[in-house]
Design a protein around this ligand. Structure first.
Ligand SMILES: Cc1cc2nc3c(=O)[nH]c(=O)nc-3n(C[C@H](O)[C@H](O)[C@H](O)COP(=O)(O)OP(=O)(O)OC[C@H]3O[C@@H](n4cnc5c(N)ncnc54)[C@H](O)[C@@H]3O)c2cc1C
Length: 379
C-alpha cells in the first residue's frame, strides 16, 4: 500500500509528488503519456515569480521575456501595456515537466509513466490499463480537466459547455517580435473568447484560439486565418493540437474523504484569462505537503487543504462572476473594451498595477507553502 498515489504527472501532479516525497512518505505517480506535455497543450505564458518558484534558471529552461502586451478588442480598439517590472515569460513546459518528474523520482517517488488509470474502486484501489492494481491511503487527482478520479465518486464534475475553454494551438515558425505577446479578443478569430500569439523567440511562437464551448465554429479555419494575418502568410506550422481548459468555478469541496483535487482537476485555472500554471503548481505543492503531514500524524485532517485554499477559491469565484458578466452576448465588445480601458487607465496612473497585484498573491501563496513545510514532524 502506498501512502499517497498521485494520478496525473503534469505540473500539478509532479509538484504534489515532489513535495510529498520530500516529506518522506511513500508516493506513486501515474501518468498516461510517455513524453510529458508534448506538443505543449499550453500557451506557456507565466509570470517571472512563478518561474522563480519553479527554479527555471536552475534547470536551464529556455524562456523568453516579454516586454509588451498588445491587446486588441474585435479589431476596433488596441491597448499596449509596457511591462516595466515583474516580467512575463514564455517558458518550455516539456523541459519543466521533465525536470519535475526527474526531481520526484530523485526524491524517492515511484513513477508509472506511460500507464493509464482506467478505474478507481474507493477508497484505495487504482486500476491501471495493464490490469494491475495499486492501493493508496490518499489519492491526489491531478488529471486535469477530465478529473478522472472525481468522475467516479462525485456528481459535480461535468462542466457546462460555456464553462469550458475549447482551444486549438499551433507551434509556428515565422518571423516574430519576441518582445511582444499579443491577445485578440472576440471576432473575427475568437467569438466570445480570445486568440493569442506568444513568441518563444524571433522564429517560433505558440499561436492559438480559445472560445467558450457550445458554439459551432470551425476552429481550424479560424486559427489558419489568424496565423496567416499575423505572419502575413509567411509561416510553417510544426504541430497543432486541440485541448480544453476549465473556465468554471473552482471545485467545492476540494477533498472527498481520502481524495484531494489539484490543478485543473480542481478547476483552478482563471476563468477570465484561462491561465492555470501558477495555481497548478501551488495547489499541487500544498496538497502533496498536507497529505504527507497527515500520513505522518502531524496534521489531524486533510481538510486543512481546503482552509489554505480558501482565499484562492474566493478569488476564482469572483473571477467567474466577472467572466459571466463580460461574455454576455449583446455586451461582449463593450464590456471588454470597458474592462481593458479601465486597466489601461489604471496602469497609466499606477504602472503594472495588475502585475503588482498578481505578484502579491503569488508571494502570499509562497508564504503559505513555506509555513506548512515548517510544521514539525513528530519524532
Ligand atoms: C491551449 C491552452 C493554452 C493554455 N495556455 C496557458 C498559458 O499560457 N499560461 C497558463 O498559465 N496556463 C495556460 N493554460 C492552462 C494550463 O495549461 C493548465 O491550467 C495547466 O496545465 C494545469 O495543469 P494540471 O497539471 O492541473 O493539468 P494537465 O496539464 O491537464 O495535466 C493532467 C495530466 O494528467 C494525465 N492524465 C489524465 N488522465 C489520466 C489517466 N486516466 N491516467 C493517468 N494520467 C492521466 C494527463 O496525461 C496529463 O499529463 C492553457 C491551457 C490550454 C488548453
Amino acid at each position: 500500500m502506498f501512502d499517497i498515489i498521485v494520478v496525473g504527472g503534469n505540473i500539478a501532479g509532479a509538484s504534489a509528488t515532489i513535495n510529498a516525497a520530500k516529506a518522506g512518505v511513500n508516493v506513486a505517480l501515474i501518468e498516461k503519456n510517455r513524453e510529458p506535455i508534448f506538443p505543449p497543450r499550453c500557451g506557456e505564458a507565466t509570470e517571472e515569480i512563478t518561474a522563480e518558484i519553479l527554479n527555471l534558471d536552475k534547470i536551464g529552461c529556455l524562456k523568453n521575456r516579454i516586454k509588451q502586451i498588445k491587446i486588441n478588442v474585435s479589431g476596433k480598439k488596441e491597448y499596449n501595456f509596457k511591462i516595466k517590472k515583474h516580467g512575463i515569460f514564455i517558458i518550455d513546459r516539456n523541459s519543466v515537466e521533465k525536470y519535475l518528474l526527474k526531481n520526484a523520482e530523485q526524491n524517492g517517488a515511484e513513477l508509472f509513466i506511460g500507464r493509464r488509470v482506467i478505474n478507481f474502486n474507493p477508497p484505495n484501489e487504482i486500476v491501471l490499463d495493464n490490469k494491475t492494481t495499486l492501493k493508496g491511503k490518499i489519492i491526489i487527482d491531478a488529471t486535469g480537466i477530465s478529473c478522472q478520479i472525481g468522475k467516479k465518486i462525485r456528481n459535480d464534475i461535468e462542466l457546462k459547455p460555456s464553462d469550458v475553454g475549447v482551444c486549438i494551438q499551433s507551434r509556428v515558425e515565422g518571423i516574430f517580435n519576441s518582445d511582444i505577446m499579443k491577445m485578440w479578443y472576440g471576432k473575427p478569430y475568437a467569438p466570445f473568447g480570445y486568440s493569442w500569439l506568444f513568441p518563444k523567440n524571433e522564429k517560433l511562437a505558440n499561436i492559438g484560439i480559445g472560445v467558450p464551448g457550445g458554439q459551432k465554429l470551425d476552429l481550424s479555419n479560424l486559427l489558419e486565418k489568424y496565423i496567416k494575418d499575423e505572419t502575413k502568410g509567411k509561416f510553417k506550422v510544426l504541430n497543432t493540437f486541440r485541448s480544453c481548459v476549465p473556465a468554471s468555478k473552482p471545485l467545492e469541496p476540494l477533498t472527498t474523504d481520502n481524495i484531494i483535487f489539484v490543478g485543473d482537476a480542481a478547476r483552478f485555472a482563471n476563468p477570465i484569462f484561462e491561465n492555470g500554471i501558477n495555481n497548478a503548481v501551488f495547489s499541487g505543492s500544498v496538497a502533496g505537503t498536507i497529505a504527507a503531514k497527515f500520513i505522518k500524524g502531524d496534521l489531524s485532517k486533510l481538510t486543512i487543504y481546503e482552509e489554505l485554499m480558501k482565499n484562492k477559491v474566493k478569488r476564482l469565484n469572483k473571477a467567474y462572476y466577472y467572466k459571466n458578466r463580460l461574455t454576455t452576448e449583446k455586451k461582449y465588445f463593450n464590456s471588454y473594451r470597458r474592462f481593458f480601458s479601465l486597466i489601461y487607465s489604471l496602469n497609466k496612473l499606477f504602472p503594472n498595477i495588475l502585475q503588482n497585484q498578481y505578484v502579491k498573491i503569488v508571494k502570499n501563496d509562497k508564504k503559505i507553502l513555506d509555513s506548512i513545510q515548517e510544521i514539525k514532524t513528530k519524532g
